[in-house]
Design a protein around this ligand. Structure first.
Ligand SMILES: C[S@@+](CC[C@H](N)C(=O)[O-])C[C@H]1O[C@@H](n2cnc3c(N)ncnc32)[C@H](O)[C@@H]1O
Length: 262
C-alpha cells in the first residue's frame, strides 16, 4: 500500500457539501476519455470515487483503479462503490509508479484519467516532471492521458480576495509593528469605469493595460506586445465591456487610517 501525504486536508463529507458539482461537470472530459468496454483505466486524484465508479460502469469487461492521497476520500469511495473491476487505494500520486497495482501493469494501462486533481498533484515543482514521466510509463504504447484541471485564473475572484484578506492582515500587523494604532482598515471592491480617449490605443482597457501592465508587457518581445494586449482585451471583452461600449474593471482598494502611538 500506499504512501499518503502527511496530513489530510480533504474530507469527503465537506467535499460533497461544498463542491459536489465538480465531478458532475465532466461531460466534455469524459467524452475525451471515450472508454472502450475492455479498457484498464487509472483515475488519479479520484476523490470520493463518484466519477471513478461512473467510468467503471462504462468498461464492463475492463478495470478501473482510483488513487487518492486522502484517506477520508478513499474510505468513502470504498464504502460507497463496490463492483467487479473497480478498486481504490490511498496513494500519493506524486510517486505514481510506486503504487504496487500501478507497477504491476506498468506499460499496460489503456488510459490515465484525472479530473480536478492535477493542479494539486503537479503543484510541487520537485515532483512535477516525475508525475508526467510516471503517467507516460504507466500507459501502454498509444495509450492516452485525459485530464481536466484548474487553469490559470481559475476561481480568480476568490483567489484575489483571499490574498487581499491576507495582505490586509499583514498590513495591520506591519503598521502595529512600527508603532501605529490602526483605527480603520477596509477593503472596497469598486468596479471602475475606465477613461476613453480619442488617441488610438491610449484609452479603455487597451490604454490601461499598456500603462499599468508595462512591467508584464516587457516580458514579451517588442513584436509580440501588441498581440498580448489584443489577447487580454479580447479575453476580458465579455466581462469588462458594457453594452454602451464603456470599459469597467474590478478595482479593489485597501484603505486605512493609522495613528502614531503617543
Ligand atoms: C477536487 S478533488 C477531485 C476529486 C475527483 N477527481 C472528482 O472529480 O470529484 C481533488 C483530489 O485530489 C486529491 N489529491 C491532491 N493531491 C494529491 C496527490 N498528491 N496524490 C493523490 N491525490 C491527490 C485530493 O485528495 C482530492 O481528493
Amino acid at each position: 500500500m500506499a504512501q499518503s501525504v502527511k496530513s489530510d486536508p480533504w474530507s469527503s463529507k465537506a467535499y460533497t457539501s461544498a463542491a459536489g458539482f465538480v465531478p458532475k461537470l465532466t461531460t466534455t472530459v469524459l467524452s475525451y476519455l471515450s472508454p472502450n468496454p475492455t479498457d484498464h483505466i487509472l483515475d488519479i486524484g479520484c476523490g470520493d470515487g463518484i466519477l471513478t465508479a461512473q467510468i467503471n460502469s462504462l468498461v464492463p469487461e475492463g478495470f478501473v483503479l482510483g488513487l487518492d492521497a486522502s484517506a477520508s476520500m478513499i474510505a468513502t469511495a470504498k464504502s460507497t462503490y463496490s463492483s467487479t473491476g473497480l478498486s481504490f487505494d490511498v496513494h500519493d500520486c506524486r510517486q505514481l509508479c510506486s503504487n504496487p497495482a500501478v507497477k504491476s501493469k506498468k506499460g499496460g494501462w489503456d488510459k490515465v484519467f484525472s479530473n480536478a486533481a492535477l493542479h494539486w498533484i503537479l503543484r510541487d515543482p520537485d515532483t512535477r516532471m516525475n508525475v508526467l514521466r510516471d503517467v507516460h510509463a504507466a500507459l501502454k504504447p498509444g495509450g492516452s492521458f485525459v485530464f481536466e484541471q484548474g487553469g490559470a485564473g481559475n476561481v480568480a475572484e476568490v483567489h484575489v480576495t483571499l490574498i487581499g484578506a491576507l495582505v490586509a492582515h499583514g498590513m495591520r500587523t506591519a503598521l502595529n509593528d512600527v508603532g501605529f494604532e490602526v483605527e480603520k482598515l477596509e477593503i472596497e471592491y469598486r468596479p471602475t469605469r475606465l477613461t476613453e480617449s480619442d488617441v488610438q490605443g491610449s484609452g479603455g482597457l487597451e490604454g490601461w493595460v499598456r500603462l499599468m501592465g508595462a512591467a508584464f508587457l516587457e516580458r514579451a518581445s517588442s513584436e509580440k506586445r501588441d498581440d498580448v494586449v489584443r489577447w487580454v482585451v479580447g479575453v476580458l471583452e465579455s466581462v469588462g465591456r458594457r453594452q454602451d461600449g464603456s470599459w469597467w474593471i474590478g478595482y479593489v482598494r485597501l484603505r486605512g487610517v493609522a495613528r502614531k502611538r503617543e
